[in-house]
Each structure stands twice: as C-alpha cells, then as structure tokens.
Design a protein around this ligand. Structure first.
Ligand code: SF4
Length: 230
C-alpha cells in the first residue's frame, strides 16, 4: 500500500509543528479504510486490518516526540493487540461512526472522537451518555490547530488517558461526506496512490520517523487508515 510522508506539511489544521502521513490503497484511495466506515462510497474499503503495519505504526514515534492517529476500525480489533496508547507509543483515537459506539468506547476508556452536526461555529462541550466531549479547538478558533490546541503541552488527541472525547463538526460536502475526499487533502491522497516502493509501509514509516529531528510531532494518516489493501 502506498504511504506518503510529509515532514513539512502546509495543512493549516495541524499547524507548523506537526509532520504527517497519508496512506492509500494501490488502485483505490480508500483501500486502507475499513469497509464499515459510513463516510466513504459503500463499495469501497477493506475488511482486513494490516497487522504488520499496525505493529510498526504503534512504534512510529520520533525520539523525544509524540505521535497520534485516528482509525475507523472498531477498537476491538486493535486496542489491546498492537501496543497503541501505552508509554512512548502512538496514541490511536477511535473515530466512532455512531453516537452509541462513541459512548461505549468512552465507557471502556478508549480515546474517542466523533463527528457531530453543528450549525455555525460550535462552542462549549456536549454530554454524550456519561461523558463530556469537547469541540476540537481548530473547529472553534481560527488560530488553533494541532500544534497549539493545548497551550500546556501535548495536543489533545495525543493524550492517551484523557477523560473527554473530542468532537469534529460534521461538514456538509457537496458530493462525498468523507472530509479527506474533499479540498486539498484529496489531491495528496490521489498522489499517494502513485508512490511505488519495494519496502512495506511499516518499514518506510519507521525509517522516516528515525530521520525526523528530536522532539518532532507526527499526526499519522491525514487520510487513509491501517487496513490491508485487497
Ligand atoms: S483536538 Fe485533536 S484534531 Fe483538534 S487541534 Fe487538537 S490535536 Fe488537532
């Protein structure tokens, strides 16, 4: 599966401090996304999680830095098995497709994010079940992004033990509800499909991580997920 590695990204949502990756299938940009994700076209995606990649992804943290990602794969397939969310490893957020799934994951102590419709600029917090969810600061303040959403340190989504869920605004795109299939992200995602390598994504990823300066921050998968292409 192709993987693109962006040491310096111009993505304003992540800000200047954060490097990022994009992952796609070889012939289908949704090839690493779970077939159960409701945001992509219904006939796209994969049933399989790429275990070899997930193992390396959990270790793909720059020395002295941090890394985080989001997945639409159900947490039962990855939460206990690959070392995510433990000391010094990648923080994996579960991106829930339904409100009940979001509440259930929070009940289990899993860092969870959820897309919620909102008119205008959202503010404050929302209680779902017994849990508080806060709006991603990048949704509520123009000058906020992943590089500065927590003035005291780790970006909110890079906190494995946080007690609150994170909400993103459910944007109404004209054709395709997947945010990554729109705007400038889709261009990078389509370009990613053309990357050829004899190395596996996991091996390329770990080589790149080692090349980053001490203390770097990485947000894995601006688009794509940890699935195995057909
Ligand atoms: S809440 Fe998460 S997505 Fe939003 S700015 Fe912070 S780290 Fe980025």
């Amino acid at each position: 599966m192709p993987l693109s590695l962006q040491t310096k990204s111009r993505n304003s949502k992540i800000g200047p401090r954060v490097s990022c990756t994009t992952r796609s299938g070889g012939v289908d940009m949704y090839g690493t996304c779970p077939s159960t994700c409701p945001l992509k076209p219904p006939d796209k995606g994969t049933h399989k999680l790429d275990s070899a990649y997930a193992r390396k992804l959990s270790k793909a943290v720059p020395k002295g830095g941090l890394a985080w990602a989001y997945t639409h794969f159900d947490w039962r397939y990855w939460f206990k098995d690959f070392g995510f969310n433990t000391e010094g490893r990648t923080v994996m957020n579960y991106s829930a497709s339904h409100i009940n799934k979001a509440i259930n994951a929070m009940d289990k102590g899993i860092p969870t994010v959820f897309n919620l419709p909102s008119e205008g600029t959202p503010s404050g917090h929302v209680k779902l079940g017994d849990h508080y969810f806060i709006w991603c600061p990048a949704e509520t303040h123009e000058d906020k992004n992943c590089s500065n959403c927590n003035p005291n340190g780790r970006p909110i989504c890079a906190q494995p033990d946080r007690k609150v869920g994170v909400l993103f605004k459910n944007k109404k795109w004209k054709k395709n509800p997947c945010y990554a299939a729109n705007g400038f992200v889709v261009r990078e995602w389509k370009k990613t499909m053309q990357i050829l390598s004899n190395l596996t994504d996991g091996t390329r990823l770990l080589h790149w991580i080692k090349s980053l300066p001490y203390g770097s921050w990485v947000r894995h998968h601006i688009a794509g997920d940890m699935g195995k292409d057909y």
